[in-house]
Ligand binder design. Structure first.
Ligand code: FO1
Length: 311
């Protein structure tokens, strides 16, 4: 089968890398990136969408290459002044990054949809593909922890450096969220749908929990493939492995494949894990994306595997 339109579900840094690989190899307009907004929060009066911005900066060639989030070469004048006022500096907003939050917050206050705001910001950054929030509703991820009880996602992730032990996760208010017409079209017209190597519980599950999303994915005509975020019993980045352990799962790519269960037609695991068995067609590829070329190579290999009908 020939693949023309690709849609990819992503969280932050790891997902953005695969999205960037796809963006490099697909013609303009052929890629749609559906982004987790469970990490979004209001901070110092500003609406912050960390995963959206990570994807936007990565595809726009503006991302900080060391952190994988924020703007390359950004400065901290605002944070330095905030510190003098004894303000909240645990979430590090760079000076250039601040412009994104100001633009977005003003537009939200004017009543614009996050979908339309993102389209405008992405276009201004020269991005020729489509970036969509998973929904326009606020669906903050809440993390139940042993040490602090239930805390908002960024409190858990950034303020406490994902060290608290996790007991559970919920996506607050998701039952009244809905998929947008843009998301519906991106799924219905896709030839291939990828689930990026993002955290299955903190990044992908919020997207899948938007009412209607699962049904669209199950009933669409696209081939659906997930890429593992677990290699050699460890997460490529972030708390995925720690979280799996705390929730009582075995830290293996098989666990991830099982969690996606009936949603996927194929699974990509890392070739360094050796021959592996999965309950669906699976391919062992080099999934580590250190360079831009690695990202493009992995994107090409995954699409080639799907085009060959997951043999
Ligand atoms: N991650 C951190 O670990 N520390 C920060 O201070 C931080 C600030 C920040 C500012 C803007 C932005 O868009 C992202 C930022 N991130 C920061 C990353 C982000 O919060 C997380 O990586 C994601 O939410 C998890 O995908």
């Amino acid at each position: 089968m020939a693949i023309e339109n690709v849609t990819v579900l992503v969280g932050g840094v790891g997902g953005a890398k695969l999205a960037h690989g796809l963006a490099q190899i697909l013609p303009p307009g052929r890629l749609t990136v559906i982004v987790n907004t469970g990490d979004d929060f209001w901070h110092m009066g500003l609406k912050i969408c960390p995963d959206m911005d990570t994807v936007m900066y990565t595809l726009g060639g503006a991302v900080d290459p060391v952190n994988g989030w924020g703007v390359a070469g950004d400065t901290t004048a605002m944070l330095d002044m905030l510190r003098r006022y004894d303000g909240e500096t645990w979430f590090r907003l760079g000076d250039r990054d601040l412009a994104t939050h100001l633009m977005r917050t003003e537009a939200i206050r004017r009543g614009e949809r996050l979908t339309d705001i993102t389209k405008r910001l992405a276009h201004a950054l020269g991005i020729q593909h489509t970036i969509l929030p998973m929904t326009n509703a606020d669906v903050p991820t809440m993390v139940d922890t042993v040490e602090y009880g239930e805390v908002a996602f960024q409190e858990y992730f950034v303020r406490h450096r994902w060290q608290p032990r996790l007991k559970g996760v919920r996506y607050a208010g998701v039952e009244s969220a809905s998929v947008t017409i843009e998301i519906r079209d991106a799924i219905l017209y896709a030839d291939a749908i990828l689930i990026a190597p993002s955290n299955p519980w903190l990044s992908i599950a919020p997207i899948l929990s938007v009412p209607g999303m699962r049904n669209l994915l199950i009933n669409c005509r696209a081939r659906r493939v997930a890429v593992t975020p677990i290699i050699g019993g460890q997460a490529i980045k972030g708390p995925a492995a720690k979280l799996m352990d705390e929730l009582g799962y075995e830290v293996t790519p098989q666990t991830v494949a099982k969690v996606y269960g009936g949603l996927i037609d194929g699974f990509v695991y890392d070739s360094s894990d050796g021959e592996q068995n999965f309950p669906m067609p699976a391919a062992g590829l080099d999934t580590i994306m250190r360079t831009d070329a690695d990202r493009a190579r992995l994107a090409r290999e995954v699409l080639a595997w799907i085009e060959g009908d997951l043999q």
